[in-house]
Design a binder for this molecule. Structure first.
Ligand SMILES: *Cc1c(COP(=O)(O)O)cnc(C)c1O
Length: 393
């Protein structure tokens, strides 16, 4: 981020967060007419029944005026039922659930509510770029733990070593954006052990809870012994139903944590979009077949993009979840993912995200993040353009 593009009046603590790589890369893609495999939004909408539910809610007056502060009762009940149906978690919808303006607001509200200025927050690196920005807003600092090695697995020795007396909270995102890994049961158990041993709170960002592939099933860390009482779990209607523009999310957890999140959240957006809450509530009640089909469909796109990138000579670890494939491009002769991502927009007409833009420690600098939540024609076009531009192997 060059100094001249930082707004002059921006407060010091937000200066490192002036721009996002996703915004920059999408603007570049638009300017060049490039295929955008950078930003992770689906280019096909979610189920028609949800659109009909949203339209019906507006027509019939469900949520057109300020909905209840912590979310429509119908949606909070659906969220509680969803947590029981998929994970066996028993929630009281009145005390253990708060609806937010997307998972994004849930993350911000939780950090602002639970972390004091000067506290330390531990996060895995590479990371979703909202986390450091929200930690900075809270006046806290972040400490990163690498996802490292050829398959970008969590360095659990580094996790234990990252904890200090000032550590207050740990952010766990699984399925993980940007790498596409799903934490294994053993990794989750170790994260839980460290959290309990050090009396940490855990912010479990489960925006991709329904996007796991093969048998890399997502398991909420809140289901581990001793974890429910210290964990705020976050979900995203945008990610689970392919309506990222609707911005309906939620936080669930024990009353003593959710009460705190509610206090901050009501002073952020006050309430969140009513008719879309109504529609997402009906989405959460869809039969298992919706979630199975959704996963299968995205898995086939994962396979198509991964195979295509491998055929171009990249090393592509198996994506276990999310919208994203991570590919090591150093085998192609590029020095880093950043160099590759600088080169392809002009030379191939394709945009992707360098992992280094989402990293402090730079173990994953050889990697590039590609989004496969796109039409198969878009994926095909991107791969064809890359094949055309990259040196023949
Ligand atoms: C997209 C995303 C979010 C934000 O979700 P919204 O519901 O769109 O606010 C949060 N966390 C991760 C890891 C994401 O990828």
């Amino acid at each position: 981020m060059s100094p001249e593009t930082t707004p002059a009046h921006l407060v010091e603590r937000m200066r490192p967060h002036s721009r996002t790589i996703f915004g920059d890369m999408s603007a570049l893609a638009t300017r060049l007419g490039a295929v955008n495999l950078g930003q992770g939004f689906p280019d096909e909408d979610g189920p028609q029944v949800l659109k009909d539910a949203a339209i019906g809610a507006i027509r019939d007056g469900h949520g057109n005026q300020y909905p209840p502060a912590h979310g429509l009762p119908e949606l909070r009940q659906s969220i509680a039922q969803h947590q029981r149906r998929f994970y066996g978690l028993e929630l009281d919808w009145q005390t253990d659930v708060v609806v937010t303006t997307g998972a994004s607001e849930a993350i911000a509200a939780a950090l602002l509510a639970l972390v004091e200025p000067g506290d330390e927050v531990v996060l895995f690196d590479p990371y979703f770029d909202l986390y450091p920005a929200d930690v900075a807003m809270a006046g806290a600092t972040w400490v990163t733990v690498p996802l490292a090695g050829p398959d970008l697995r969590p360095d659990l020795g580094a996790l234990a070593a990252a904890i200090t007396p000032r550590t207050r909270l740990l952010i766990l995102n699984s399925p993980h954006n940007p790498t596409g890994i799903v934490f294994t049961r053993a990794e989750l158990a170790e994260v839980a052990r460290v959290a309990i041993e050090n009396d940490l709170l855990v912010l479990a960002d489960e925006a991709y809870e329904h996007l796991w592939f093969d048998d890399f099933r997502h398991v909420p860390i809140a289901t581990y012994p001793g974890m429910w009482e210290r964990t705020v779990t976050i979900g995203s209607g945008g990610k689970s139903f392919s309506f990222t523009g609707w911005k309906v999310g939620w936080a669930t957890g024990p009353r003593h944590l959710i009460d705190a999140v509610k206090v901050v959240r009501q002073h952020l957006s006050f309430v969140s979009s009513g008719p879309f809450q109504w529609a997402i509530s009906s989405g959460l009640q869809l039969p298992d077949s919706y979630f199975d089909d959704f996963r299968r469909d995205l898995q086939s796109r994962r396979d198509m993009l991964s195979l295509g990138l491998r055929n171009l000579g990249m090393r592509v670890p198996l994506t276990q979840g999310t919208y994203f494939v991570s590919a090591d491009v150093t085998a192609l002769g590029f020095a880093s993912g950043a160099q590759f991502c600088d080169w392809i927009p002009e030379n191939a007409g394709v945009v992707a995200i360098p992992m280094s833009a989402l990293s402090d420690h730079h173990d994953a600098d050889g990697f590039v993040r590609w989004a496969f939540c796109k039409r198969t024609e878009t994926l095909r076009e991107g791969l064809d353009r890359l094949a055309e531009a990259l040196p023949r192997r």
